[in-house]
Design a protein around this ligand. Sequence first.
Ligand SMILES: Nc1ncnc2c1ncn2[C@@H]1O[C@H](COP(=O)(O)OP(=O)(O)O)[C@@H](O)[C@H]1O
Ligand SMILES: [Mg+2]
Length: 345
Amino acid sequence: MTENDVRTALAGFDLKNMLDGVHVADGLVQVTLSIRREEAATLEPLRREVEAKLAALPGVKNAAVVFTAHKPAPTPAPAAPAVLPGVKSVIAVASGKGGVGKSTVAVNLAVALAQNGLKTGLMDADVHGPSLPRMLGLAAKPEVQDGKMLPLHAWGLACMSIGFLVEEETAMVWRGPMVMGAINQLLTQVAWGELDVLVIDMPPGTGDTQLTIAQKANLAGAVIVSTPQDIALIDARRGIKMFEQVNVPVLGIVENMSYFACPHCGEHSNIFGHGGAAAQAGRTGAPFLGEIPLQIAIRETSDAGTPITAAAPASEAALAFHAIAAKIIDRLAQPARAAPRILIE
Ligand SMILES: Nc1ncnc2c1ncn2[C@@H]1O[C@H](COP(=O)(O)OP(=O)(O)O)[C@@H](O)[C@H]1O
Ligand SMILES: [Mg+2]
């Protein structure tokens, strides 16, 4: 009785490629069949049949057919969580410095986009000064489902803000790594569902947070908000540079607090000068998206949690936001630019 005799006997069985080893010594035969663990029960009758056949061969004192489990396929390294799955276009609203009306523009632009029928989300990435809860009148804590936070809803928008999760003062004192953790959570652990567009209210300036979002969120483009004052324009210029460096197109510049629209007589006064952003846009080649008047009603509606686009959709201010939204919708409809994006991990 040789190994070859055993193999010949085994040829009568349909073992596919299970046959792993044949061992013959002094009339003792051992055959190993390599199978998947979960197949053991199904293949048991075959195992016995083979064993009986081998035991019956002349010169065989004992035959054993044993199963060995396949080594499980190596588990692939866990994939990095998907960033904003289901979101078609991401727009960042940015500014060089705080207080220029970035959040005001982000909120009203988002409402205007939603009023145009786009499924719109609004993400407050200004960890150090979240203003969405107040501007949208949202105070509830988001629910968690399947490990993801569910956005809150207001004015037709799906909304998420660090301000929903922690007290404003708590986030104010966060250090770099905590801020990054929060930003990553906002990018990967919110169940946005299917969105046509997500507007991100960025923190002011051009630091690590802005860079991380610009690199990870696959931005369709950035909207830069500026007041007419020169100093703000210098900051806006810095913002434009940053987005250019990470290959994010600048969709354009919005001039906020462009002129004072008197609530009594309607007269326009150019308190901070006028047209600075338009001139700046001309110099940088970034499109000028429009101007928003300085109006008491804009601040009052923001403070009340009812953005002016929702509270007074036919007002001068709301129409100004709609004109900007229309330009952005146009721009998003254009095919993506050919230039490759730089993605740095
Ligand atoms: N066009 C405007 N007219 C009147 N008030 C405005 C206007 N834009 C912003 N504000 C007010 O200015 C303050 C700062 O605006 P905000 O949007 O929070 O700026 P940022 O997000 O850039 O820090 C808020 O009180 C806001 O209501
Ligand atoms: Mg803000």
